[in-house]
Design a protein around this ligand. Structure first.
Ligand code: PHE
Ligand code: NA
Length: 455
């Protein structure tokens, strides 16, 4: 069993705890950290939002990450099947399986736009190499990005490229390739981010950025912002989407789920904070708006690359790495659907990949046109892309997470969960169990009530 086969449809295992850590970190670290975290932090006023996000990671995200991996490992199946197995073993209702189905759907919907955003990063690689970042100002950089969004064919071409790469990897499987690329990618991305933070420190606006990110003023925080912070803590840790459950289902017995989960969460949070420290000094130095939305990194970073020595190369390298980080997340977003289609409906792995590929491509068109032709077509003030993002991150993920902690905390026995995690009945475990039963569900419920202005 030396070969992990997330690729062949046969249920295999990761070859070691280290490989699982790499795969889970590869899933967690992605566009959520470098693209989404900075722009939603900008839109939601900074410090207080960051505080709530960090609290959500700690009280809700980490416990849930452990539970999802545990369910996957105990159930050894796709999310729906795994929850079914665990529920049956515990004598709980089989209907909990629907939670797994919802997770699969959530991951699928996210993937439909995730590959498109990754396509933006790929599109910026030739721009960087051709020297188009040289001498960019806030205004001309905004114009460059605006031109990309206004070009649906280009968006479709690059998005399709990323989708094809994802499905190719998932279809033919390169556990070894995944492992090898992650081994240089993660440190490489980290180092490049440090370089960017170093550069950002020379803009003279570093202090303003630190104040923006870490000065906490709760009076600025709306109920909606709190919901966005909660939703992002799920999104960034790849929760409630089947990804971590399905990766857990390939985890060998005997690996410490608790330790690995905490390591994944720390790595993920570190990358997000570094991205914030790299981007906001540039925002302030170039007179840009922190709340300018999804284009934030695509407008700010090219300005920096255009000014630094070897910027064309560093810029190209950065966007290549961002695309690969996104690719490893996209792989984990598609695996739940593929495992579900093969195990639940008996499709071959290839058929499952083709079927979901076509569906994802068509669904993706809705997001493509949200940035140009259909930009004015909105429901509740949201275009198709915004609506999909809101539905998945702010509704489906928190609801799925809430139901998962309720399932584990109230429908499974303490001993079952403890065995599943493979830990002793220590004081630490009992504290954690109290958090899972009370603090986590209450935390999610409070955020929902706040967002509905009921609290
Ligand atoms: N965690 C990934 C990111 O931050 C996105 C993701 C969500 C991946 C859900 C898998 C499942 O970019
Ligand atoms: Na993340």
């Amino acid at each position: 069993a030396g070969d992990a086969q997330i690729s062949t449809g046969a249920r295999g295992q990761w070859s070691s705890r280290w490989v699982f850590f790499l795969a889970a970190t590869g899933s967690a670290v992605g566009l959520g950290n470098i693209w989404k975290f900075p722009y939603i932090t900008g839109e939601n006023g900074g410090g207080a939002f960051v505080m709530v996000y960090l609290a959500c990671i700690l009280v809700i995200g980490i416990p849930l990450l452990m539970l999802e991996v545990m369910i996957g490992r105990r159930g050894r199946a796709n999310p729906e099947g795994a929850i079914g197995v665990v529920a049956a073993q515990a004598g709980a209702s089989r209907h909990w399986r629907a939670l797994g189905t919802m997770a699969v759907l959530t991951g699928f919907l996210i993937l439909s736009f995730y590959t498109l955003i990754a396509g933006w990063a790929v599109a910026y690689v030739p721009d960087a190499l051709l020297g188009r970042f040289a001498g960019l100002t806030g205004e001309s950089s905004s114009a460059l990005f605006g031109a990309l969004l206004a070009d649906p064919l280009k968006l479709i071409a690059y998005g399709t490229l990323v989708l094809l790469a994802t499905l190719l990897i998932v279809a033919f499987g390169v556990h070894k390739g995944l492992e090898r690329s992650l081994r240089f990618l993660m440190p490489g991305l980290f180092i490049l981010l440090l370089v960017l933070v170093g550069y950002a420190a020379t803009t003279g606006h570093f202090a303003a950025a630190v104040h923006f990110l870490f000065d906490v003023d709760f009076s600025k925080l709306t109920g909606q912002s709190v919901l966005v912070a909660l939703g992002h803590s799920f999104f960034t840790l790849s929760l409630a989407s089947g990804a971590m459950m399905v990766y857990g289902s390939y985890l060998p017995a005997g690996t410490s789920i608790a330790k690995t989960s905490i390591m994944v969460a720390v790595a993920d949070t570190a990358v997000a904070l570094l991205a914030g420290l790299a981007i906001f000094p540039l925002v302030f130095a170039n007179g840009l708006e922190p709340g300018s939305g999804p284009g934030l990194i695509f407008v700010t970073l090219p300005i920096a690359f255009g000014q630094m020595p070897l910027g064309a190369l560093v810029g190209a390298l950065f966007f290549v790495m961002l695309a690969i980080a996104a690719l490893t997340s996209a792989i984990s977003l598609s695996e739940p659907t593929i495992a579900w289609l093969t195990e639940r409906f008996g499709l071959s792995r290839l058929k499952a990949v083709l079927l979901s590929g076509v569906a994802l491509w068509i669904l993706g068109l809705g997001s493509v046109f949200s940035f140009n032709h259909w930009a004015e077509f909105t429901v509740f003030g949201k275009n198709f892309f915004d609506a999909l993002d809101y539905l998945t991150a702010n509704l489906m993920m928190p609801i799925g997470g809430l139901l998962t902690v309720l399932f584990c905390g109230w429908s499974l026995r303490q001993a079952t969960v403890r065995e599943g995690l493979g830990v002793g009945s220590t004081g630490l475990f009992r504290l954690w169990w109290l958090i899972v039963r009370f603090a986590t569900p209450l935390g999610i419920a409070i955020v929902f009530l706040r967002s509905l202005e009921l609290l």
